[in-house]
Design a protein around this ligand. Structure first.
Ligand SMILES: [Zn+2]
Length: 62
């Protein structure tokens, strides 16, 4: 089981859908996440349905 990223965000943050493809995420399961720093320096979390979407996501494209 991959455990990377899991401990960093704990279980308090819930995500509804993949930030890349929009697929609905199952609650209670592990998803790959990324932290993105916005122009104002505020960190935001994005969750993805799998590693491919995580790698494909480009926060600069928003
Ligand atoms: Zn996805």
């Amino acid at each position: 089981m991959p455990t990377r990223d899991r401990d960093r965000i704990g279980s308090a943050v819930q995500f509804d859908e993949c930030a890349h493809c929009g697929r609905e995420l199952e609650s209670g399961t592990w998803q790959p996440v990324r932290t993105v720093e916005g122009d104002d320096g505020v960190l935001s979390f994005h969750a993805f349905c799998d590693d491919e979407c995580r790698d494909a996501y480009d926060p600069a494209a928003d």
